[in-house]
Design a protein around this ligand. Sequence first.
Ligand code: SRM
Ligand code: SF4
Length: 511
Amino acid sequence: MVEATKPVTSLNKFEQFKAEKDGLAVKDQLEQFAQLGWEAIDKTDLEHRLKWLGIFYRPVTPGKFMMRMRIPNGILTSNQMQVLAEIVQRYGEDGNADITTRQNLQLRGVRLEDVPDIFRRFEQAGLTSVQSGMDNVRNITGSPMAGIDAHELIDTRGLVRKVQDMITNNGKGNFAFTNLPRKFNIALEGGRDNSVHAEINDIAFVPAYKDGELGFNVVVGGFFSAKRCEAAVPLNAWVPANDDVVDLCRAILVVYRDYGLRANRQKSRLMWLIDEWGMEKFRIVVEEHFGRTLLTAAEEDEIDWDKRDHIGIYPQKQSGLNYVGLHIPIGRLYAEDMFELARIAEVYGSGEIRLTVEQNVIIPNIPDSRLKPFLTEPLLERFSLNPAPLTRALISCTGAQFCNFALIETKNRALAMIKVLEAELEMTRPVRIHWTGCPNSCGQPQVADIGLMGTKVRKDGKAVEGVDLYLGGKVGKDAKLGTCVQKGIPCDDLLPVLRNLLIENFGAKSK
Ligand code: SRM
Ligand code: SF4
């Protein structure tokens, strides 16, 4: 038994308000908040604790809240999509939904007075937004092709759901895991192409054979933050693809909750604890909480493909059925789009809709005989099955339109710039360009072929919007994080820089 003492620390502002009142406690005050109106409620409840329920006060659009859902494994039903569409439709021009880089949806324009009713509708539809922000476990990602990929190794759907249910008490909220030292990310990969970016999660499960049995190798501690970015490192553990996955997540979360560093929020993510203890001690303490011997990792994992983007039409493992990946420009949906997605999923598929970490949509279970009429749907003119190569792989975080951390506008600028580049250049293959509005890296510039991170720069004596340029990110097999190669390019000067880069490094030719 190793000694794992709890750190003695003076409490920072966040630890103080969490100690005074748990974030989840505001769940019982929602009716009261709805009656009071957002201007009248306690500032800490408004700006922080509501995030424990997935309700985000937006200083950029006061009174118009963002709601972050949990969509485990990125899978939802047409009925759920319809419910979410009805919610955002109510807010007219303010209402929309963004598909996030964690295979999830964020609703916009929400008014606090409507939240009690929205929560009732969530419950009826089997949806939850609980514990999706602040010091909680984020949406749990899984292979977007789970259960339909002919080359799949492990179907992640049930396990992802079980892990979410354990952490959130079946979506009702679970005080056991609402006071972590910081945010926490979990991903389960079941295929060969590392479709979830395992390397950038605090815990990731990747398929691996041990003594002929298929299970998961476990990597831990991957994260991005403004101060430091690290790829996950091996825990040297293998678990079978059963409830051991849930138990191991629980054990690691308890260790992180009880021993994770809390003094400095810039040094609180799981990797900082692993650094302080060393992997050997971390593994021993996790094993003690797991309650049985952890098997050592399998020698190699089964990630041996390049990452797929799933856009287009593909046969499923079920003969006669297909999945179709639709490109959603910068992940933005409006109510009409959501109603349409729900409708086409029902009319042509099985009513299921899937989301990807590339901020796109997959409609599975379309029979061969229904493909032809499906392809005539007007929605596919905007949500293409065959977008141009740069558009196809474009990802962007929220940026200045709604996010108060943003140093630059991202989504609209990203789209406008790609349009110009595509008009000028002939591309032979997609190039993954990721925009992120500030060093928090929600848009994951470090996994991109070309990553652009918002910053402020001086140009002609004025502070203007700019980017730091990242190159070298590799995804899929042998994933590797990219690094910053050039700092402080004013956004106004970025177009020629990207054009040259695409020509010199990515085989583009001028038209
Ligand atoms: Fe993020 C904070 C948006 C994925 C690292 N992130 C935020 C906040 C909540 C800040 C805020 O309160 O305004 C942003 C909400 C803006 C808004 O109105 O939408 C925000 N993050 C996003 C989303 C929506 C970006 C997107 O457009 O897709 C993603 C939501 C995922 C989800 O469904 O839960 C999102 N954020 C990420 C990722 C990518 C990932 O998980 O693969 C990262 C880097 C990976 C990681 O966390 O290790 C990420 N977000 C951060 C950080 C830096 C964390 C740190 O340890 O320092 C912050 C700031 C913080 O937590 O203090 C942050
Ligand atoms: Fe906001 Fe920065 Fe995250 Fe973009 S990267 S969503 S600007 S916190």
